[in-house]
Design a protein around this ligand. Sequence first.
Ligand SMILES: NC(=O)c1ccc[n+]([C@@H]2O[C@H](COP(=O)([O-])OP(=O)(O)OC[C@H]3O[C@@H](n4cnc5c(N)ncnc54)[C@H](OP(=O)(O)O)[C@@H]3O)[C@@H](O)[C@H]2O)c1
Length: 327
Amino acid sequence: MRTTTLGRSGPEVGVIGLGCMGMTFSYDMETPRDDATSISVIHRALDLGMTLIDTADAYGPYTNEELVGRALAGGHRDRAVLATKVGLLTDSVQAADPGNSSPGASRDGRPEHVRESIDGSLRRLGTDHVDLYQLHRVDPRVPLEETWGAMAEAVAAGKARHIGLSEVTVAEISRAQAVHPVTSVQSELSLWTRDALAEVLPYCREQGIAFLPFSPLGRGFLAGRFSSFDDLPRDDFRRGLPRFQQDALRANLAIVGRVRRVAERAEATPAQVALAWVLAQGRHVVPIPGTKTPRYLADNAGAADIRLRAADLAELDALPVPEGARY
Ligand SMILES: NC(=O)c1ccc[n+]([C@@H]2O[C@H](COP(=O)([O-])OP(=O)(O)OC[C@H]3O[C@@H](n4cnc5c(N)ncnc54)[C@H](OP(=O)(O)O)[C@@H]3O)[C@@H](O)[C@H]2O)c1
């Protein structure tokens, strides 16, 4: 796979990474977990050059890091650029929806929490350092400089090589940069969630900061996975999201229809088109699509080789605004 550098001085990574959240958390909660398949998906991702492996202590909580740790044991650790996160507590009903936590309620950016958490993450991941330690959400009760300072301590202690932010504003990135270099910013970006294109993504480009789009497949919707609310597994947290409610979902199928049309012209799958559009937003962009399915993984890896024509990009740029808020 083509590679790029994470930020100005970060490691080289494949231009598409792997999000591991859904392997233990959020989606398909009813289906019995198949950890062996998930582990084989992580190994295959490394074989394919999808080296950025993204997890978080909040996913589970903890079970996702444990799974990734098991996958990277036995000689795979050095092949991965391992990224985890801190600062979001999901030990309650909120666990099903990390992005929708009410401000302050389940965030913890206290320096002492960061200092304790990195050790727990390293233990679960079975490693002495992570390549990228990310602040999952800014805690409005704690000055960002203090949280970020504690994350910089993890770098000084050799426990993290680089540090990054998630779901932040330009002003927050700039405040963090005054304390310690920001290597990456992770935020939602996809054909149906484009907020980052206005300010954050261009700012990252200017500043030499990597931008890591999460949910680049619209949580599976843009890949054409769902045509009705009833297609969503029971107990799946997408059932609570506005865009997946029956009426909104039906309206949003118009977006998928147009993605399919572009996909047919490009001889690609809808998922590949969705990822190729995200990749077209800049060389500093490294999407982390999530899958626990070998077939989807191969499909997603193939998106790195899809070159959309100007007319296709223009059609995708002009897609209708989705029905429903993202959370
Ligand atoms: N920073 C944050 O706050 C935050 C928030 C959310 C997510 N994330 C990160 O971003 C990663 C990706 O986001 P996400 O998992 O929410 O959404 P996503 O990548 O947009 O979509 C994942 C869904 O799409 C399905 N899928 C994947 N590839 C497919 C393909 N080629 N064809 C058809 N369906 C496909 C998956 O199915 P299967 O699972 O059945 O394979 C899963 O249901 C997460 O794993 C996590 O690491 C970060």
